[in-house]
Design a protein around this ligand. Structure first.
Ligand SMILES: *Cc1c(COP(=O)(O)O)cnc(C)c1O
Length: 392
């Protein structure tokens, strides 16, 4: 691909090593892992080894990993599964206003079915306030679900503190770690995480596979009813090649994490600095330091993000104006509104998310091309014209 692809929060390219690992399971051993003959049992064994690999990356045990079709399913399962399993204890769930739609829409669904949800506000950087969390807890609270790192603005939540509070109050803690996995060293035991969602395609693995970590002893309701796969917790013939690819991808991601994070951080800081220096009336969204190493989210006043994306695309630059899910709709992102941006500022936002293939010369190209694109758009903007008049 000769494009400058800077949208790795939306999805990442699959690695050659991952494809190579999957290949024998796609065209070679096709047997159903539930069958009794040897070739089937070989597939079952390969799945169990993959489970081991995934578990190790987050400090879990293999029997705490349940493969799902991805991050969305893992989020749905965690939240609905706890809601159902704990309904005798209570009906109250605490989350934040900046969650991914897989969490937010699941919570909204549960509200229609008798559950009560508190959506915590976030500060200007996108972090929840720990005191707010403590104050939101009620005797009926059964679940706290707060993301590890935000997919739009990259802000990292105070996960360990949240885990401590959840534990002290005997409340289950789920975290959507889809963006954090592979960039942050996660330790589910140290951080008191009971449930955690991962998706393979966000870490250079295949699409349509991920997992939910469920801490040993935590009982949640089954989500997919069917055969006895995943120890009776998630029916459906296993996505064998997907599971193998997921394990390979996460293993490589953790092996290469330190180098990758160092590289991303340097490029990220260069991109932020370069753009903010060259483009007037631009501002960084998200936390200056507590942010994912690969996330750059910058707002530009007097321009419209969607049109910016089209002009960038014409220059061969793939970025996002919020999250992939909100592109194509005119509502500004719920995350940007939650950090306090007014609608007109939220509209002019670009997200660049770096990945393994990102080079310094790509970053330089963006820094070089963006100012002219923004200037061109502002020249056509009546809002900018009005603003300039007030300056004279
Ligand atoms: C991408 C993403 C998801 C959804 O994962 P899928 O595997 O695409 O279903 C959930 N949460 C976050 C934070 C994400 O970035």
């Amino acid at each position: 691909m000769d494009k400058i692809y800077l949208d790795h929060a939306a999805t990442t390219p699959i690695k050659q090593e991952v494809v190579d690992a999957m290949y024998p399971y796609l065209i070679g051993n096709f047997a159903n892992p539930s069958s009794v003959y040897q070739i089937a049992q070989q597939n079952k064994k390969a799945i169990d080894e993959s489970r081991e690999v995934v578990a190790k990356c987050i400090g879990a045990h293999a029997n705490e990993i349940f493969f799902t079709s991805g991050g969305t399913e893992a989020d749905n399962w965690a939240i609905k599964g706890v809601a159902e399993a704990k309904k005798d204890k209570g009906n109250h769930i605490i989350t934040s206003k900046v969650e991914h739609h897989a969490v937010l829409h699941t919570c909204e669904y549960l509200e229609k079915h008798g559950y009560e949800v508190t959506y915590l506000d976030v500060d200007e950087f996108g972090r929840i306030n720990i005191e707010d969390l403590k104050n939101a807890i009620k005797p009926t609270t059964i679940l706290i679900t707060i993301m590890y790192a935000n997919n739009e603005i990259g802000t990292i939540m105070p996960v360990a503190e949240i885990g401590e509070i959840a534990k002290a109050n005997n409340i289950l803690f789920h975290t959507d770690a889809v963006q954090a996995t592979g960039q942050i060293k996660i330790d589910v035991h140290k951080e008191n995480i009971d449930l955690l969602s991962i998706s393979a395609h966000k870490l250079n693995g295949p699409k349509g596979i991920g997992c939910l970590y469920i801490k040993r002893g935590v009982k949640i309701a089954q989500f997919m009813h069917g055969g006895g796969q995943e120890r009776g917790q998630r029916g459906g013939t296993e996505n064998v090649a997907g599971i193998i690819g997921f394990a390979k991808a996460i293993e490589l991601a953790y092996e290469q994490m330190d180098d990758k994070v160092a590289k991303y951080t340097a490029y990220r800081n260069k991109l932020i600095k370069g753009v903010l220096e060259k483009v007037p009336h631009a501002f960084l969204n998200g936390h200056p330091t507590e942010r994912l190493s690969n996330n750059v989210n910058i707002g530009f006043e007097f321009v419209e993000g969607e049109s910016l994306l089209l002009l960038l695309d014409m220059e061969g630059i793939c970025a996002s104006s919020g999250s992939a899910c909100t592109s194509g709709s005119l509502d500004p992102s719920h995350v940007l509104l939650s950090i306090g941006l007014p609608h007109e500022k939220a509209h002019g936002t670009l997200r660049f998310t770096l990945g393994e293939g990102t080079t310094e010369s790509e970053i330089d190209t963006v820094i070089e091309k963006l100012p002219a694109i923004i200037a061109r758009m502002r020249d056509m903007s009546p809002l900018y014209e009005d603003f300039i008049k007030t300056q004279k």
